[in-house]
Design a protein around this ligand. Sequence first.
Ligand code: MG
Length: 159
Amino acid sequence: MNRIGQGFDLHRLVPGRPFLLGGIELEADVGPEGHSDGDVLLHAITDALLGAAGLGDIGDWFPPGDAAYKGANSADLLATVVARLSADGWRIENVDATVLLEAPKLYPYKAQIRERVAALLGLTVDRVSLKAKTMERLGPIGQGEAVAAMTSALLKSPT
Ligand code: MG
């Protein structure tokens, strides 16, 4: 049986923060504000996986008010969820993602991000898709004030 899940995340971009996306640091003057490292792509993927398995959302698993997750590495959070899915017998079929970001351009980082995400998910790179869109300078994302990600994930259940 297949189960589909979707995820979304958005973080404000502020000066003085490293810009982590998909576990890769982008060269930029700003970075995502957040209790954790603010990696919208990994957060949205984590939510899509949890959604597909009917296991709640990233906030249920790692409450933002919990001091244990202050400055948390999102790759570690994702790894925790991937381990749980694996323990429950789920297999990840594929993940598809769209990142909404005005700058920097994602093109030079796409291959590296796909490889990193695939490694975190235990998948081959062909099962991890990454698309990048700008917002044509419209709205907060278009004005460079935020970054967002939308994702889908397909899981195959043990039975
Ligand atoms: Mg987030």
